[in-house]
Design a protein around this ligand. Structure first.
Ligand code: SF4
Length: 286
């Protein structure tokens, strides 16, 4: 079985940067180091950081001393203010593309617009964006149609699919006479999604590697299934099953933006072993 890994799979620029900052802080600090929420949606990396003394805290009020790292999703301005008031050292690992989206939200608010954020209501990046978008900001939902003000501004969660954003914009354009849009979807996300779909089209089966709580990984799974390929979502190589590859001549592997390259390599290695086992079993039968 031919195994092909998507051209761009695994850590994106923003995640790589945040993880590097966390490991560097763990190395250089003699005081406690914390992250507000897991640094990335990948349990293996979070465990490795924990072994090096980086603890995950949920709320800014939990941070009593030392250093706190803000993850790539960014935080609500109130959280930043609270951390500053607590006089702890803040390392801001907000991805520059997320910062750009936060600035876009502030600009739209300053223009006197009601800001509509197209994204997942509970996602930490969206929660943070709301803080920049003003009190009347809403999260777009195709089902729940809120009444919009005459002047509207729209932007997207950075990891949203372009298709979902376009659909939302069409619907908003029909409901408001004055719409200003910032396309805040990050290139890394778009490129990964395109690579994944192309790979899925030429593969018999797809394996997507990444945390189950990672929104962008789940989106890659959705896209592969949309192309009509049997798709398996795994966090590590231990979850792979030989049966998935028994009838396949080719398999594609892709990974979410929060998946380390080492994990992708382990998955590919295990897939090769399983293919060999399948082949040996076939030969024994004949
Ligand atoms: S997906 Fe894009 S916006 Fe999100 S962390 Fe990665 S580079 Fe930054």
């Amino acid at each position: 079985m031919k195994i092909e890994v998507a051209k761009r799979a695994g850590f994106c620029f923003g995640v790589k940067r945040a993880v590097k900052m966390a490991f560097e802080a763990a190395e250089s600090s003699s005081h406690p180091v914390h992250t507000l929420g897991p640094i990335i949606h990948n349990p293996q990396v979070v465990e490795e950081l924990d072994r090096r003394g980086v603890r995950v805290l949920d709320r800014p009020s939990d941070v009593r001393s030392g250093t706190v790292i803000i993850r790539s999703h960014g935080v609500h301005p109130k959280v930043l203010a609270e951390l500053k008031a607590r006089k702890v050292r803040v390392i801001d690992a907000t991805c520059p593309f997320v910062t750009k989206a936060q600035r876009a939200a502030s600009t739209l608010r300053r223009e006197g617009r009601q800001v509509v954020i197209v994204g997942e209501r509970e996602h930490p990046e969206v929660t943070a964006l709301r803080g920049y978008a003003g009190g009347d900001a809403v999260i777009y939902s195709s089902r729940n149609r809120v009444r919009l003000k005459p002047k509207v501004g729209a932007l997207a969660q950075t990891t949203l699919s372009s298709e979902v954003f376009s659909q939302a914009l069409c619907s908003l354009a029909a409901r408001t006479p004055d719409l200003h849009v910032f396309n805040t979807i990050c290139q890394a996300t778009q490129i990964r999604q395109q690579d994944t779909m192309e790979l899925a089209k030429r593969s018999d089966v797809m394996v997507v590697v990444g945390g189950r709580n990672s929104a962008n990984t789940s989106r890659l799974v959705e896209l592969c299934r949309k192309v009509g390929r049997p798709t398996h979502h795994v966090e590590t190589e231990e979850e792979l099953q030989a049966g998935w590859f028994r009838r396949a001549d080719s398999a594609g592997v892709t990974a979410g933006a929060s998946t380390p390259e080492a994990t992708v390599r382990q998955v590919v290695k295990r897939m090769r072993q399983l293919t060999k086992t399948n082949r040996n079993q076939e030969n024994e039968k004949h």
